[in-house]
Design a protein around this ligand. Structure first.
Ligand SMILES: [Fe+2]
Ligand SMILES: [Fe+2]
Length: 365
């Protein structure tokens, strides 16, 4: 019997199962590196390896034990709940945006898998390598499951090819913590918001993959918890000048999500989700969660926040159009406007608060 990536216990096993089929178009999209597309990262693995978790053991051990117990083993595969998808009958605009969503999600999952797997391979600190192995396992399953869905539409991403050929961006470990922590928590907030919305309005569930989002986002939640604890292990990471870096990453991650989601109007319409409402909902949840470790949150209710995001979004649309038409001067103008909009967002005063002594949270949305 053929094994499925959902039953794999390591990332290597899951990836070997997935490496069989792919399609050029999907891999090409996944290869793109722009400000808005998921990237692959590399870092200073020795610095990561030197982390000492002994003084946060009371919170660390239960998290690792839970991940070792592997509550989602076998979850990420099609079963009787997987309704037949009629790709040919799908509105072409929706189909294009949805496939784009799946490819971009698959690339993001796989990007996490590659980074975590590399950490496991290069490290010698047993606590740290164990954590990264467990997270790589989860991300490999997630990426594999999305690829299963894509395959039904006649596309699939070549994960082995991506590992070898996609450009790797170097980030210092602390930037990896901020960026990855946020992407795990925002990933949780995104999936749970869609899941709860479709629970209430199942008529909008146009594809079965959304039924898997609850357990899925619990994995991402746990990964976010791990990064919160890694940051807790070194209090300098959330103090002094680093608070500015935290603000920068919060702004960049939120703004990227906003711009990217607004590029998929048909997808959100099919889900019955207002994109502005969705963005605000996800930012609210992510901000609330990130109070566990970050001493500031963005003031997302400040009127400048919404107008700044709209300006950034408009500049990005203009930039894409100018690029398509090869209008260099217009491209430059749009880039400057996007930069200014980002600076405007970044300059909104943030909200300060006291970080709780106990960090760990449970998924509650
Ligand atoms: Fe994931
Ligand atoms: Fe994750």
């Amino acid at each position: 019997m053929n094994m499925h990536s959902a039953d794999a216990t390591t990332a290597e096993e899951a990836l070997a199962i997935q490496e069989t089929i792919d399609s050029e178009m999907a891999t090409e999209i996944a290869m793109q590196d722009t400000l808005l597309t998921p990237r692959f990262y590399t870092t200073d693995f020795d610095e990561l390896d030197a982390i000492d978790v002994s003084h946060i053991r009371d919170e660390w051990d239960p998290l690792i034990d839970r991940m070792v117990s592997d509550p989602n083993k076998g979850h990420f595969k099609k079963n009787a709940d997987w309704d037949q998808v009629d790709w040919d009958a799908m509105d072409p605009k929706l189909k294009k945006e949805f496939i784009d969503f799946l490819i971009s999600s698959c690339t993001a999952e796989f990007s996490g898998c590659v980074l975590y797997k590399e950490m496991k391979r290069r490290g010698s600190n047993e606590e740290i390598t164990k954590l990264f192995q467990l997270m790589a396992r989860d991300e490999a399953r997630h990426a594999g499951f999305i690829n299963d869905a894509l395959r039904e539409a006649g596309v699939a991403v070549n994960l082995g090819f991506l590992t070898q050929k996609k450009k790797y961006t170097y980030f210092r470990p602390k930037f990896i913590y901020y960026a990855t922590y946020l992407s795990e928590k925002i990933g949780y907030a995104r999936y749970i918001t869609i899941f709860r919305h479709l629970e209430k309005h199942p008529q909008y569930r146009f594809h079965p993959i959304f039924k898997w989002f609850e357990e899925w986002c619990n994995d991402e939640f746990a990964h976010g918890e791990a990064f919160a604890l890694l940051m807790k292990s070194d209090p300098k990471l959330t103090r002094g000048v680093n608070v500015w870096w935290i603000k920068f990453f919060l702004t960049a991650v939120y703004a990227t999500m906003y711009v990217r989601d607004h590029q998929r109007p048909a997808f959100h319409e099919a889900l019955g989700v207002d994109t502005d409402w969705y963005a605000h909902e996800v930012f609210t949840k992510t901000s609330k969660l990130s109070e566990q470790i970050f001493p500031i949150t963005l003031d997302i209710d400040n009127p400048r926040w919404e107008t700044g995001l709209k300006r950034l979004q408009k500049a990005n649309v203009d930039l894409a159009n100018a690029k398509k038409q090869g209008r260099k001067f217009a491209q430059m103008g749009a880039s400057i406007r996007a930069g200014l909009a980002f600076v405007g967002l970044f300059s909104i005063p943030s909200k300060k608060h006291v970080v709780p002594a106990k960090t760990r949270l449970e998924p509650a949305y």
